[in-house]
Design a protein around this ligand. Structure first.
Ligand code: GNR
Ligand code: NI
Length: 184
C-alpha cells in the first residue's frame, strides 16, 4: 500500500525509531509499503519514520543512478565503518522541492537484516548509495538533511515548507491525478 509521506517540520520526524526484535509478517508488510511508497514518489530511499512507523526499517534503490546496485531492504541498519568525506547535493521526500549540499562520509559499510531476517553486510558502499545509506539511517534517529545545514538555510526552508503546507491545505497546489492529499 502506498502511504502518505510526512512533510517536515513534523514532530514525528524527530522521533528515534526502535530496533526490530523479530522480522515477522508485520515488518515484511512495512518493507513492502516502504518500497511501494518510495517508487510512487520516485525516491532512491525511504525510512519508516517518514511514513509514521517507528521501527528501524529503511529501503534504498539507487539502481536508476548506479545500475550495478539492487533494491535493498535494511532492518536495524548500523554503519559499522566509514571513510573519507564527500559533499553531495541532497533532497528528501519529506522536504519536497528543496536540495542543498551536505557533507557525508565518502564510503560506508553497513550491517543489517534483510526482509527474510538474514544478516547482510554492504561493504564499502560509495557514491549515491553511500549517501543514501547515511541519509536513511539518519532518519531512524530523527535527523533530516536540513539538520546538517546552517540555521539560516534551515529557517528559509522551514518558511517555504510552511507555505507549501498552507497551499496544500487550501487547495492552491494542484496534486497529481489520483494523488491523495499528503498528511499535514
Ligand atoms: O530520493 C531521494 N534522493 C536523494 C538524493 C540525494 C541524497 C539523498 C536522497 S534520499 C531521497 C529520498 C528520501 O528522502 N529518503 O529519506
Ligand atoms: Ni529523506
Amino acid at each position: 500500500m502506498v502511504r502518505d509521506i510526512l512533510i517536515w517540520p513534523d514532530p514525528r520526524l524527530k522521533e528515534k525509531a526502535k530496533p526490530v526484535a523479530r522480522v515477522d509478517r508485520a515488518i515484511q508488510s512495512l518493507v513492502d509499503d516502504l518500497f511501494e511508497t518510495m517508487y510512487a514518489a520516485e525516491g532512491v530511499g525511504l525510512a519508516a519514520t517518514q511514513i509514521g512507523a517507528l521501527d528501524r526499517v529503511v529501503v534504498v534503490d539507487v539502481s536508476p543512478r548506479q545500475q550495478e546496485q539492487k533494491p535493498l531492504a535494511l532492518i536495524n541498519p548500523v554503519i559499522v565503518s566509514s571513510t573519507g568525506t564527500t559533499t553531495w547535493t541532497e533532497g528528501c521526500l519529506s522536504v519536497p522541492g528543496e536540495s542543498e549540499e551536505v557533507e557525508r562520509a565518502e564510503s560506508v559499510t553497513v550491517q543489517a537484516l534483510d526482509r527474510e531476517g538474514r544478516r547482510i553486510e554492504i561493504v564499502g558502499a560509495a557514491g549515491l548509495l553511500a549517501v543514501a545509506l547515511q541519509h536513511e539511517t539518519d532518519h531512524l534517529d530523527g535527523t533530516l538533511f536540513v539538520d546538517h545545514l546552517s540555521a539560516l538555510k534551515r529557517e528559509v526552508i522551514r518558511r517555504r515548507m510552511k507555505k507549501l503546507k498552507q497551499d496544500i491545505a487550501e487547495g492552491r497546489r494542484p496534486l497529481d491525478e489520483g494523488e491523495d492529499q499528503p498528511a499535514l
